[in-house]
Write a protein that binds this ligand. Structure first.
Ligand code: HEC
Ligand code: HEC
Length: 291
């Protein structure tokens, strides 16, 4: 009897410790997911229905917004709350991950635009896990959304299957800023005009703005956020750039229109804002007047 106890105690302790470790890791992922989703990632900017005063209460990620691009599509933003019938509650983690990074649903069908798959492909494995942990934690909302209608043909896919994506080191400020402004936040997708192939012209006009963004607000034209002094933000101070990002206010005190998600960016940590500004300053300046 005594002998068995002696043998079991260390095993039980090790087991308890590893379970506790897993719980701690799970909570850390959820916390990171919460920070991302209510900040830089801002899936809710499309997936949460908005009223005149911003997100409708009690409807976080419940979908239903129509995004109409005349002659191209009427996209109806789906419910991505954990409701099993009308949301994604019955999807496995790997299926949700595939939908986010590759645009492929569990039934194999392709998710259409304007969800920014061009950059979501490069979300790191650990950040994807954090986003999924947060998606699982939101209140399930019953809201059946009709299917989207696309007049344009969808591509066969958004690229080869995504296997594994490494984290970008935070110590490299410009690289981490690029990761925040690209894969996590898709600033670059909204702020880059379309190229000949239909996707954002990252090769030649990264950040040059001028992309029309239709929605319930009408049509907004994205701004040139390259360091060009006349048509971009080259003359703005770091503080002025940060104020535009987090408060939606330009140096001349005019207010930015949706869908610029500044309400989400309010909670960005100072070091993340610094990294974004460092990245924007590193972009090649492009002369491109959008207004
Ligand atoms: C620019 C708007 C936009 C953003 C940002 C966006 N989505 Fe979407 N998402 C859509 C639209 C539109 C669809 C549906 C397209 C269609 O009908 O084929 C969609 C579809 C989905 C689906 C498939 C749901 C289903 O039932 O078919 C999932 C899952 C999803 N989005 C998750 C996310 C997550 C997670 C994020 C943030 C990391 C995100 N989306 C960001 C617009 C967006
Ligand atoms: C969903 C699309 C969208 C996303 C995502 C987005 N923006 Fe914007 N942004 C816009 C639009 C549209 C405007 C112009 C609004 C207007 O003219 O009132 C704008 C304006 C701006 C401005 C003001 C520039 C000027 O000259 O007026 C800055 C700076 C800016 N965005 C930076 C960013 C950064 C940095 C990110 C990512 C952290 C980002 N934006 C993400 C759509 C977007």
């Amino acid at each position: 009897m005594l002998k068995v106890r002696w043998a079991l105690t260390p095993i039980c302790t090790a087991l308890t410790l590893s379970i506790a470790g897993a719980v701690v890791a799970e909570e850390a992922a959820l916390e990171r997911g919460r920070y991302f989703m209510n900040g830089i990632v801002a899936c809710g900017n499309c997936h949460t229905p908005m009223g005149p005063d911003g997100p409708l209460p009690g409807k976080e990620l419940a979908g239903g917004t129509e995004i109409v691009e005349e002659g191209h599509f009427t996209a109806r933003v789906p419910n991505i709350t954990p409701d099993a019938e009308t949301g994604i509650g019955s999807w496995a983690d790997a299926q949700i991950g595939k939908a986010i990074r590759e645009g492929i649903r569990p039934d194999g069908s392709l998710i259409g635009p304007p969800m920014p798959f061009e950059v979501y492909r490069n979300i790191s494995d650990s950040d994807l896990k954090a986003i999924i942990a947060y998606l699982r934690s939101v209140t399930p909302v019953k809201n059946k959304v009709a299917k989207s209608a696309y007049q344009i043909p969808l591509p066969p896919n958004y690229g080869p299957p995504v296997d594994s994506v490494a984290d970008v080191p935070r110590g490299d400020k410009v690289a981490y800023g690029a990761y925040l402004a690209g894969p996590l936040g898709h600033c670059t997708v909204c702020h880059t005009p379309m190229g000949a192939t239909g996707g954002p012209d990252f090769a030649y006009r990264l950040g040059a703005g001028g992309l029309p963004l239709p929605g319930p607000w009408g049509v907004s034209i994205s701004a040139n956020i390259t360091p060009d002094p006349e048509t971009g933000i080259g003359k703005w101070s770091d503080e002025q750039i940060k104020k535009a990002i987090t408060d939606g206010v330009r140096p001349d005190d005019t207010q930015l229109a949706p869908p610029m998600p500044y309400a989400f960016y309010r909670s960005l940590r100072p070091e993340d804002l610094d990294a974004i500004v460092a990245y924007l300053r590193s972009l090649p300046p492009i002369e491109h007047a959008v207004k």
